[in-house]
Design a binder for this molecule. Structure first.
Ligand code: AMP
Length: 428
């Protein structure tokens, strides 16, 4: 299968060719023709499958073919993403693929000044990529009008719900014209996602490329049992002895991410941490240094790493296992992308055996153990409860895994609900 057979215009084929892609990924070959027909889709696709191009390419083609009335550009396509990083990356893809088309796009997310965004919007855009919170800020300032939207994309919808954005999404949906095309992408299908899909989509084409919650076959996984207090030492040893140069390391908390990045730097391994407490500038800088190989290790929390797109990332390390088993699948999905092989290693101490069991149950298989000589765990050490991130106590009754309820019934205003989602995001 080649891109030529999917019905894409020469301008788009040229942009794809510039990227060096020789053939569409499965999600692309399935979604592109259906989206070009104007149908709604419900796609189960994780990051790393090429889903961004899967919706961006046909969206651009449809927009470039649509009749527009009036001379002023109006926002005709809206892509909602859960995180700033994902918004930035999707926005970049939109720019890349629309290079040869007369379409304008803008990205809006929080954590940066709103005025440059307003300026850009004033010039008129066809496509807007946004996180829900900042989009609503613009709407309340009347700097964005959604009344001409013809295509809506919800990217990583499961994450948006997990992060407490459901009210924001409902509010945004209420501002859109009834007649429009809806594209919903989600890595997992909880009941909440199914409910949202039922409400939003009309006779959607169902596209499922990777089995739900399955880990990519291209990623080899290993568990290294080790005592908690020796994890840092083992990590430095692995990075040094195996001469790894681009390693994404996950911790459970922001504090843990900071501390580990500092300790690795002291060991002579260049490292930076990214998480929700860092300014957008610091996050962007850390990511760019990591991509350019000026730092060897990027230490990230789950939310911060969401949507990171780093080509050919060879190594993912779970320094601590996630509280939520699905996050393990997302984490290791950062490697083995777009046809490349990847390696995911987890440093697991006795406290984490229950988390590991939950992950293996989700994967429906055991992950091989590999004891590293000199780092064998001390059998006399007893398991201790895992400390949850401190600020989570602020969230309403945690569900299993420490997440707040998705539809917390509350009388709080829209804005405070949104803040709940962001606080939750900040604390991971
Ligand atoms: P995504 O799942 O959209 O985050 O994309 C994952 C990665 O795959 C990105 O680095 C894309 O640039 C890359 N990619 C997308 N489509 C293709 C393709 N057809 N062939 C090779 N790489 C691709």
């Amino acid at each position: 299968m080649s891109f030529d057979s999917l019905g894409l215009s020469v301008e788009l084929l040229r942009a794809i060719n510039d990227q060096g892609y020789s053939q569409p990924t499965p999600v692309q070959s399935q979604s592109i023709p259906v989206i070009l027909e104007g149908r709604d889709i419900l796609a189960g696709a994780q990051t790393g499958t090429g889903k961004t191009a899967g919706f961006t390419l046909p969206m651009l083609q449809r927009l470039s073919q649509m009749q527009t009335n009036g001379s002023r550009r109006k926002i005709r396509a809206l892509v909602l993403t859960p995180t700033r990083e994902l918004a930035a990356q999707v926005g970049e893809s939109v720019k890349t693929y629309s290079r040869y088309l007369p379409l304008e796009s803008a990205i809006v997310f929080g954590g940066v000044k709103i005025n440059p965004q307003i300026q850009k919007l004033r010039n008129g855009v066809d496509i807007l990529v946004a996180t829900p919170g900042r989009l609503l800020d613009h709407i309340s300032q009347k700097t964005i009008d959604l009344s001409s939207i013809q295509i809506l994309v919800l990217d990583e919808a499961d994450r948006m719900l997990d992060m407490g954005f459901i009210r924001d999404i409902r509010k945004i949906l209420a501002l859109l014209p009834e007649q429009r095309q809806n594209l919903l992408f989600s890595a997992t299908f909880s009941n909440d996602i199914k409910q949202l899909a039922n409400k939003l989509l009309t006779k959607p084409a169902l596209i499922e490329v990777a089995r739900q919650n399955s880990a990519s076959e291209r990623v080899s996984q290993l568990i290294h049992p080790v005592d908690k207090k020796r994890k840092r030492e083992l990590l430095s040893f692995m990075i040094g002895s195996e001469n790894w140069h681009q390693v994404l390391v996950f911790t459970r908390t922001k504090h843990g991410a900071n501390r580990l990045a500092e300790q690795l730097s002291k060991d002579g391994i260049t490292a930076a941490a990214i998480h929700g407490n860092k300014s957008q500038g610091a996050r962007t800088r850390a990511l760019s240094n990591f991509k350019q190989n000026t730092i060897r290790v990027l230490v990230a929390t789950d939310i911060a790493a969401r949507g990171l797109d780093i080509d050919q990332l060879p190594h993912v390390i779970n320094y601590e296992l996630p509280n939520v088993p699905e996050d393990y699948v997302h984490r290791i999905g950062r490697t083995g992308r777009a046809g490349n092989k990847g390696e995911a290693r987890s440093l697991v101490c006795v406290d984490e055996h229950k988390l590991l069991k939950d992950i293996e149950r989700l994967l429906k298989r055991d992950i091989p153990r590999d004891m590293i000589p000199g780092y064998e765990p001390d059998p006399s050490i007893k398991a201790e409860p895992i400390q949850k991130a401190r600020a989570r106590k602020n969230t309403t009754k945690p569900r299993s895994g420490g997440r707040p309820p998705m539809h917390a019934k509350t009388n709080r205003s829209h804005r405070s609900q949104r803040n709940t989602g962001q606080n939750n995001q900040r604390n991971r």
